[in-house]
Design a protein around this ligand. Structure first.
Ligand SMILES: [Zn+2]
Length: 302
């Protein structure tokens, strides 16, 4: 049986948010078994909190925002993707401010601090959301789906009509090691031509070459270049893992994404939860359940 996990010690991260550009402090705090993952605004009176769940997703354009009528927390996906990869079940994410710090634009800062803090098993078994039948969302043009898989796997394709990006593909069987080597270091990115418009809208106020890849018509503006040849699609796969945390349960399944952003991921999560005939809540132990093979209707590689 796999037991639930929380952090052994508190982990603290300080830094600016990508869009608002305001310095915030985020603390990952240990939480009891069965507590789940909650965002807590410790800068507001009464420290209001919200569970990480699709019911509380407030916005999915550019970044994922969670909240209530009273408050929001934005750009949650990089921090949540680390919790997904490390299979952390219970944690209070205490934030002084409304946006999670961006770090270097990747999930690295969260991973490094969680590793330093350490994780600890708790007394209760983990209950997985185990996909038993395929669930599809979107069109042939742009889609997201999940099929049965004895593990957590993400296959992601992006296709940008831009010569510095083009079509890229990544396929990762997720665990702490593969997350660290394949996805955690991949940074967010933006186009130089868009920055002025975004700033007029009050977005990307904290963006710099230290926390995002800036792409001009024909080159990468960051002095060090890219960390991976296909850094862009790796970043999208990392984002997706974070968005999948809004299922509110650790996922067992193979997620395939083709040109899918936060909006489509959000629809997929909703559809999974609305399709009880396609998944089971399971504690996993000695034997994994075996499901029939299935045909993948859209290729992960176009
Ligand atoms: Zn991202």
């Amino acid at each position: 049986m796999f037991l639930q996990k929380t952090l052994k010690n508190k982990a603290v991260i300080k830094g600016v948010g990508l869009h608002k550009g305001i310095e915030n402090t985020l603390s990952f705090c240990p939480a009891p078994a069965n507590a789940g993952i909650h965002l807590v605004r410790t800068d507001l009176e009464g420290c209001p909190s919200v569970p990480v769940h699709v019911d509380h997703v407030k916005a999915t354009s550019l970044a994922t925002t969670l909240g209530t009528d009273r408050f929001v927390v934005s750009t949650v996906e990089h921090c949540l993707s680390t919790l997904a990869a490390f299979r952390i079940d219970n944690v209070y994410l205490e934030l002084r401010g409304s946006e999670i710090p961006i770090g270097d634009g990747s999930a690295k800062v969260f991973m490094d601090e969680i590793r330093k803090a350490g994780t600890i098993e708790q007394s209760e078994p983990r209950k997985y959301l185990y996909i038993t039948k395929p669930i599809y969302c979107g069109t042939e043009e742009k889609h997201a789906y999940v099929v049965p898989y004895n593990g957590l796997r993400v296959s992601c394709t992006i296709d940008f009509d831009h010569k510095m990006i083009g079509q890229q593909f990544v396929d990762v069987d997720i665990n702490e090691q593969t997350f660290a080597s394949e996805l955690a270091g991949a940074r967010t990115f933006g186009f130089v031509k868009d920055i002025e418009t975004m700033r007029e809208m009050g977005l990307a106020m904290g963006a710099s070459l230290d926390n995002a890849i800036a792409i001009s018509d024909d080159k990468i503006m960051n002095p060090g270049g890219l960390r991976f040849e296909n850094e862009f699609v790796r970043h999208k796969a990392m984002d997706a893992l974070g968005d999948l945390m809004t299922l509110g349960r650790p996922l067992m399944g193979h997620v395939v994404l083709f040109k899918a952003g936060h909006d489509l991921l959000n629809q997929l999560v909703q559809k999974i939860l609305d399709s009880p005939e396609c998944h089971q809540e399971l504690e996993l132990g000695a034997g994994l359940p075996v499901f029939e093979n299935f045909d993948v209707p859209f290729s992960g590689r176009a």
